[in-house]
Write a protein that binds this ligand. Structure first.
Ligand SMILES: Nc1ncnc2c1ncn2[C@@H]1O[C@H](COP(=O)(O)OP(=O)(O)OP(=O)(O)O)[C@@H](O)[C@H]1O
Ligand SMILES: [Mg+2]
Length: 611
């Protein structure tokens, strides 16, 4: 066996391989600039590191990366004062696909303490070839730091390159891209600047772009999140916030921390002080920016759950495994852990700040409705979010939390009660509240769109059930006081008659003691959506047949007492039943079923009324 075993090396069709890198790896051509700038930044960081042990390699006084577009020559030149490459290194690193000199260098530093190690970007050994997406010829003139010699590497990107002696006044590298006819847009300085802003804004070395005869700064270059908290002033934080969030306000909260140990990342997050102008509605995903070693990777990594999408800022991590194209993240447990940690941190901050009700109210008014989605959406954080909710209440001015509400519950009160509607002012006057107000039982008044949904998912808070006062039958008899005045009519027969008369419109008719001044209200059936939810579905043309509301009548009310009178003619009862239902609908913010008919009946009734 042994001697029949042949051993072969894989071959590679170099031209094809290059073609793949150039045409199949990156989805956007503008990426070439990010890759070349990353290489230049790595080269500068390497030289800075090498100079620590060899003074003669020291960088020039103000190192910078220079980008020089030339419309006449149709070239872009990118120059850096980094390590440069010797003739051998040009062959080795630019002449071998997937050979990364940067990675090899980083590995050689295995024994260097982490704090002293430069944080280098290159690792796959392919980024350079992205230049051929926009250039049909690339010339690299490079002089290794510590050497006098310079060499010119040149290629058309089809599988061959040339090397020739050259000259360069200082160590470093110039990359000249001869721009393809269909890539002329990249000769525009403004286009180049936009690309730098997007992808390489926080490369710490200054980048300039030559335009109108001068070199204009192109990057922010602060990577503020990598600094110590103590090194950053509030002014700098605020300016940075405005820059990343495209905002004009001052952040309500600034969170800056660095995680070390099993998970290493820095985060600089902001909670805006104002509601952003673009409606938060459309886009539900968090746009938190993910950087890996200062380089922008994506703002689509969903670093926070949708209900924290108002949080702005940057998360930067050293060791996230990236795809070769740096475009997509491989699905990795690291990202999941960072997500959890960042979410926990933001929640913790909100909890702390919620202790100052006046300051928290500002936040709540801007982003409360978004936060509520967390109760609906996020089983894992539901309990935490519930503690952060604030409400208007029938019992107090201002905002209340669920915990404070519980503190004010009446003896005998079993549940946390709420009423949902569209308009907070109308809610406060709703007849649905009458019985509760009479007994001094507080009702939370919910008027955000999302309020029709989330309470369904939050069954209880602390150990108190949360109940809609329009859903099912609520028994307040255990709560002292507020006994309704007047004598209750015997409505047993009336209930049967009403049920029959209104059977197309209500699923049930029953007596209630939660009304004081009103004759009737609508309630939702015990099982099925709450009134507000059904109302929203109806308006959206999605009424659910079969789920008719319940009509509750007040046996102490004069109108009900008259209807309960056995002497009342049947025809009059039938007519008045319709009016009663319409009245209940109107109180609930709905129109009467037939407005014209309703108006005629009321007018007729008023004409008859004794004065
Ligand atoms: N401006 C430069 N100065 C010095 N060396 C460079 C420069 N550009 C590229 N190199 C060398 O060429 C190698 C190949 O670059 P390339 O961008 O293809 O790969 P990489 O940066 O190592 O990895 P990645 O694919 O992640 O970018 C680098 O590792 C580096 O050794
Ligand atoms: Mg690279």
């Amino acid at each position: 066996m042994e001697d029949t075993l042949e051993r072969h090396e894989f071959g590679a069709e170099v031209g094809r391989l290059l073609d793949l890198v150039v045409h199949a790896l990156y989805s956007e051509r503008e990426i070439f600039l990010r890759e070349l700038v990353a290489n230049a930044a790595d080269a500068v960081d390497r030289r800075r590191f090498e100079a620590l042990t060899d003074q003669s390699l020291a960088l020039p006084a103000e190192p910078r990366l220079r980008i020089l577009p030339d419309k006449t020559a149709r070239t872009i030149t990118i120059s850096d004062p980094g390590t440069g490459m010797s003739k051998a290194e040009l062959t080795e690193h630019l002449g071998t696909i997937a050979r990364s000199g940067t990675l090899a260098f980083a590995k050689s530093l295995a024994d260097t303490p982490a704090a002293d190690k430069p944080s280098l970007i290159g690792q796959f050994g392919v980024g350079f070839y992205s230049a051929f997406m926009v250039a049909d010829r690339v010339e690299v003139t490079s002089r290794r730091a510590g050497s006098e010699e310079a060499w010119i590497w040149a290629s058309e990107g089809h599988g061959a390159y040339t090397l020739a002696p050259g000259s360069r006044a200082e160590p470093g590298t110039d990359i000249v891209l001869h721009i393809k006819p269909d890539a002329e847009e990249f000769l525009e300085p403004i286009r180049l600047k936009t690309i730098i802003r997007k992808w390489a804004d926080h490369i710490t070395i200054p980048i300039t772009i030559a335009a109108d005869g001068e070199e204009q700064p192109a990057n922010e270059g602060t990577a503020l999140w990598r600094k110590q908290k103590s090194e950053v002033t509030e002014e700098q934080y605020n300016a940075f916030y405005r820059h990343v969030a495209h905002a004009f306000d001052t952040p309500w909260a600034t969170l800056h921390w660095r995680a070390e140990g099993t998970m290493e990342y820095s985060a600089l997050l902001f909670i805006p002080g104002m509601k952003p102008f673009q409606a938060v509605e459309g886009e539900r995903d968090s746009k938190l920016r993910l950087h890996v070693r200062r380089m922008f990777i994506t703002d689509n990594a969903n670093l926070l759950p949708p209900w924290l999408r108002f949080v702005q800022g940057v998360v930067d991590t050293e060791d996230l495994p990236l795809n070769v194209s740096r475009e997509m993240l491989q699905s990795t447990p690291v990202l999941g852990r960072i997500r959890r940690a960042v979410t926990g941190r933001v929640l913790g901050e909100l909890k702390t700040r919620a202790k100052d009700p006046a300051a928290y109210a500002g936040f709540w008014e801007n982003f409360g409705p978004v936060l509520k989605e967390g109760v609906w959406d996020d089983a894992e954080h539901r309990g935490d979010v519930a503690g952060l909710l604030r409400f208007r209440s029938s019992g107090i001015e201002g905002w209340t939390s669920l915990a404070d509400y519980i503190g004010r519950m009446k003896p005998g009160q079993e549940a946390i009660y709420y009423l949902v509607g569209d308009d907070p002012a109308a809610l406060a006057k709703s007849p649905q509240l009458e019985g509760f107000l009479a007994k001094g039982v507080e009702v939370l008044l919910l008027a955000d769109g999302i309020d029709a949904f989330w309470p369904e998912r939050l069954d209880r808070f602390e150990d108190k059930p949360i109940r809609s006062i329009t859903q099912g039958l609520i028994d307040l008899s255990a709560v002292e006081g507020g006994q309704a005045a007047g004598e209750a009519a015997d409505v047993a027969a009336l209930l049967t008659l009403l049920k029959e008369a209104l059977k197309e419109h209500v699923s049930d008719v029953r007596a209630t003691d939660r009304l004081v001044d009103s004759a009737a209200v609508l309630a939702a059936p015990e099982y099925g959506p709450d009134l507000q939810m059904s109302r929203m579905m109806r308006r959206a043309g999605r009424a659910m047949p079969g789920l008719l509301p319940v009509l509750e009548i007040n046996p102490r009310h004069g109108l009900i007492r008259r209807l309960a009178d056995p002497a009342l003619p049947a025809a009059e009862l039938a007519q008045t039943a319709g009016v009663l239902l319409d009245l209940a609908r109107i109180q609930d913010g709905e129109g009467p079923r037939d407005p014209g008919d309703f108006a005629r009946r009321v007018a007729a009734a008023l004409a008859l009324a004794p004065d």
